[in-house]
Write a protein that binds this ligand. Sequence first.
Ligand code: TRH
Length: 351
Amino acid sequence: MTNTPPSCDIFCSVVDNYGDAAVCWRLARQLATEHGWKVRLWIDDPVPLVQLVRDYATGPVEVRAWPDPWPTAGLADDGAEVVIEAFACELPPAYVEAMTARSRAPVWLNLEYLSAESWVAGCHGLPSPHPRLPLVKHFYFPGFDTRTGGLLREHDYDARRARFDETAFRAEFGLPARSPDEITISLFSYANQALPELIRAWTGSSRPVRVLRPGCTEQSRTEGNLSLHSLPFLPQQRYDELLWACDLNFVRGEDSFVRAQWAGRPFVWQIYPQAKDAHLPKLEAFLATHPAGTALRPFWLAWNGVGRLNWDEYAAKLPALEEPMCQWSKTLAGRPDLATGLVQFCLQRLK
Ligand code: TRH
């Protein structure tokens, strides 16, 4: 095995939203900063990345526009030793052909979407030989147990959190100092039919509710016991600060969902909706995995379009959810993080 950290090409095709770019950047950055890898991120649409990481051009990852069509000549193919295709985005055929011309075939991974479903552990790490070329792709599945690829968590996460100053955060965004009976909530969701009902419940709540909506352009307003604040879309690193500043976080998709778990506070997940309700088994699988899943289930299902939303019932459960959420976060943090596991997986195959 060589002692020089490998070079790595990550390919990211942005489907919609921020999630694909968010995950690819997080992984790319960790491979570069924590493992010393030389990483290029090929992305077909830079717009989400600009919002997530305004200064991405300054490093530590080399971000390149993914040209379509991929030129058959002229584009440096300096033979990355590891090639990561995110979310089955399909590498350019010319790039794949060029992989066979290298003196040694690269370690080629397909980084999959996160799911708590039980089949994931059986598929994690499986090889998929190319039907025609002498290349093998491996499936790399993130996940919640040690039989999967784990979750993205930066080595400096705890240190960043220890430095977090909630008072300064609130002042920066024009929020009043915390009052003891108030509940502060962050809200990041897809279009959601249950939202008007939830707003009504918050407005009539016996306890003051302060809701922070990042990336929302609506005018901030107060109605009854609800104060709604629109916040700017925060840079990715600062999104954690918002989660730390809140008692309850509404999150969505994949990456914010993982960050809410690291925050170790009660949260509500809106899963990325798929045709024919294909997302519901994934939601159920996570609820079955989580130690507080039974308590979370009615409200989470309602937030995902199944059944009636009952805010008062969920709010009454929040104090009892704090401990299991914190414990779950600690359990997950005690397992190898995705970037470290992926590095080991690749180094074993580069020996
Ligand atoms: O943007 P998303 O809906 O992404 C989704 C999922 O990844 C889904 O699996 C995928 O199939 C689909 O896109 C195409 O939600 P997600 O995954 O939470 O990503 C949002 C990212 O944006 C996350 O890194 C948190 C970050 N973010 C900020 O950096 N600042 C902000 O102010 C907010 C609200 C989010």
